[in-house]
Design a protein around this ligand. Structure first.
Ligand code: EPU
Length: 428
C-alpha cells in the first residue's frame, strides 16, 4: 500500500500534458469485442481501470498486445466466452459495458454486477430496460446479470434518467442489431461521442451522438480499426482547478477546450484568468478565489466528476458558496476529510454550504473515491504543512502518473509505501 505525502503552499507553475479519457477508454475497450478483426487503440491512459479491463478482455480469450505505453492492439476473434466473473467486475463500474458488448457479439452475456466508486445506490435498471427493448431476456441470479437473446432487433428506448452507462450499453448492444434503434433522452458526454466515432470507424451507422436523440442503424459486421481516444476532460479540469487553488499559472496541454466550457465558466466566476488555445488552456489565479454556486448536471452542465475538486477550491474562497450535487445521491462523503483540514462545510442531503476560510491546514486524510482522492491532493497542495493522503488506489484508477505530473508543476508530492507499524516493529 502507498500514500501521497504533500508539502503544500506552493503555487503550481508550468505545463501539464493531459492523457486519454478514462471514461471513453473504458467504453471503447469492451466495444472492440464487436469487431471482426484486430483494432489498434491509441492514447489509452496508463491507469488501473484500463489494465483491469485489458485483463478481462484477455480472460475472454482475445489477443491483447501492448504496442507502446499508450497503444494496444486487440484481436477479438479468439474471444469465445461471455462470462465476466465477480472478481473481475467488482473493481470498476465499466465492467457493465461487457453486458452490451458481449450481448452484441454473442447474443449472450453473463456479467457480475459492477463495482466502482460508492456514491450511494448505482442502479442499472435503464441498461436492462434497453436490452429488454432490443429483445433480450435479462435475469439476475446467483449474483450475476445474465442477458440472452435469440436475435436483437432495433427498438425505441426512452431513458427515464439521463444515464451515461445506459446510453453506452444500448449503443453497444444495438450496433449489430437488426434495424433501427432510437435512444431518447440519451446522455451527451464527450465520451458518448467518442464511442460513436469509434464504432462508426468500424463500419457502424450511428447518428446524433452528442445530442439527446441517438439513432443506431444496425449493421451485420464491424471491421477492425485504428482509433485514438479523446483527451480526458476531467483530468484536465482537475489540473485547472489545482492551478487556480494554489494561485498558480499552468498551461494544460492536449485538451479539447469545447469539452471544458462549464469548468472554464465556473473558474472564471471564481476569479481565475483563462486563456483558450486550439488544444490547450492556460489557468492563472492571483489572489483569493471568489465564492460561487455550482450545481452538477449531465453534460453540458457542470460535471459531477469535478464536484469534489471544485468544492475544495471553494473551501478557501472569499464568502459562502452553495454546491448542489444533481447526479448522485451521496457524493459528499469526502467532506469530513476537508473539514478535518479546517474547511467550514455544512452538508444537507445533496447540498453543501461552504463558508470559505483563509487557509486549509494539513491533516492525515484518505481518498474515499477517485475524484474525492483528486480533491484531497488539491487540498494538500493548498494547505500549510504536510498532508498525507491514504487509499490512493482509488486515484490510480483514473489519473495517469499523478504525482509525477504535479511534481513537474513544482509541487512537493511524493508517493511513499505505507509501513505497517506492527510489521515494522517485528522486522526491527
Ligand atoms: N441511474 C439510474 N439507473 C440506471 C443508470 C443510472 O437510475 O440504470 C442514475 C444513477 O443512479 C445516477 C444517474 O442516473 O443518479 C447518472 O448515472 P450514470 O449512469 O450516468 O453514471 P455511470 O454511467 O454509472 C458515468 C461515469 C461516472 C460519472 C457518471 C455521471 C463511467 C465509467 N463512469 O457513470 O464517472 O460520475 O457517468 O457523469 O463513465 C468518475 O469518472 O469518477 C465517475 C464516477
Amino acid at each position: 500500500m502507498e500514500k501521497f505525502v504533500i508539502n503544500g503552499g506552493k503555487p503550481l507553475v508550468g505545463s501539464v500534458h493531459i492523457s486519454g479519457a478514462k471514461n471513453a477508454a473504458v467504453a471503447i475497450l469492451p466495444a472492440v469485442l464487436l469487431a471482426d478483426g484486430p483494432c489498434v487503440i491509441e492514447n489509452l491512459p496508463e491507469i488501473s481501470d484500463v489494465s483491469t479491463l485489458l485483463r478481462a478482455i484477455k480472460q475472454l480469450g482475445a489477443d491483447v498486445r501492448a504496442v507502446n505505453k499508450s497503444t494496444v492492439e486487440i484481436n477479438p476473434i479468439p474471444a469465445n466466452t461471455f462470462v465476466i466473473d465477480k472478481k473481475m467486475a467488482e473493481g470498476m463500474r465499466a465492467s457493465s459495458y461487457f453486458l452490451g458488448a458481449l450481448l452484441g457479439r454473442h447474443n449472450r452475456a453473463r456479467v457480475a454486477p459492477p463495482g466502482g466508486c460508492d456514491f450511494g445506490v448505482r442502479p442499472i435498471d435503464q441498461h436492462i430496460k434497453g436490452f429488454e427493448a432490443l429483445g433480450a431476456k435479462v435475469i439476475i441470479e446467483n449474483g450475476m446479470v445474465d442477458a440472452r437473446a435469440s436475435v436483437l432487433r432495433g427498438c425505441s428506448v426512452y431513458l427515464d434518467v439521463v444515464s451515461v452507462g445506459a446510453t453506452i450499453n444500448i449503443m453497444l448492444a444495438a450496433a449489430k442489431a437488426r434495424g433501427l434503434t432510437v435512444i431518447e433522452n440519451a446522455a451527451r458526454e464527450p465520451h458518448i461521442v467518442d464511442l460513436a466515432n469509434f464504432l462508426n470507424s468500424m463500419g457502424a451507422n450511428i447518428m446524433g451522438a452528442g445530442t439527446s436523440v441517438i439513432k443506431i442503424r444496425g449493421v451485420e459486421h464491424l471491421h477492425g480499426t485504428n482509433y485514438s481516444i479523446i483527451p480526458d476532460q476531467i483530468e484536465a479540469g482537475t489540473y485547472m482547478v489545482a492551478a487556480a487553488a494554489t494561485g498558480g499559472d499552468v498551461l494544460i496541454e492536449n485538451v479539447i477546450p469545447k469539452h471544458l466550457e462549464s469548468i472554464i465558466a465556473k473558474l472564471e466566476e471564481a476569479g481565475a484568468e483563462i486563456t483558450e488555445y486550439d488544444e490547450a488552456v492556460r489557468v492563472k489565479m492571483t489572489g483569493r478565489p471568489k465564492c460561487c454556486n455550482v450545481k452538477t448536471m449531465p453534460h453540458p452542465g457542470f460535471p459531477t466528476d469535478m464536484q469534489p475538486q471544485f468544492a475544495t477550491l471553494l473551501a478557501v474562497a472569499d464568502g459562502t458558496s452553495i454546491v448542489t450535487e444533481g447526479v448522485w445521491d451521496n457524493r459528499f462523503r469526502y467532506m469530513e476529510k476537508l473539514i478535518s483540514m479546517g474547511a467550514k462545510v455544512r452538508v444537507d442531503g445533496k447540498t453543501a454550504v461552504i463558508t470559505g476560510v483563509e487557509k486549509l491546514t494539513s491533516a492525515p486524510v484518505a481518498a474515499v473515491d477517485l475524484r474525492a482522492g483528486a480533491a484531497m491532493i488539491i487540498a494538500g497542495l493548498m494547505a500549510e504543512g504536510t498532508t498525507e493522503v491514504e487509499s490512493i488506489i482509488y486515484i490510480d484508477r483514473g489519473y495517469e502518473n499523478v504525482a509525477e505530473k504535479f511534481q513537474k508543476l513544482g509541487a512537493d508530492i511524493k508517493r511513499v509505501p505505507i509501513i505497517n507499524k506492527e510489521t515494522a516493529y517485528k522486522n526491527a
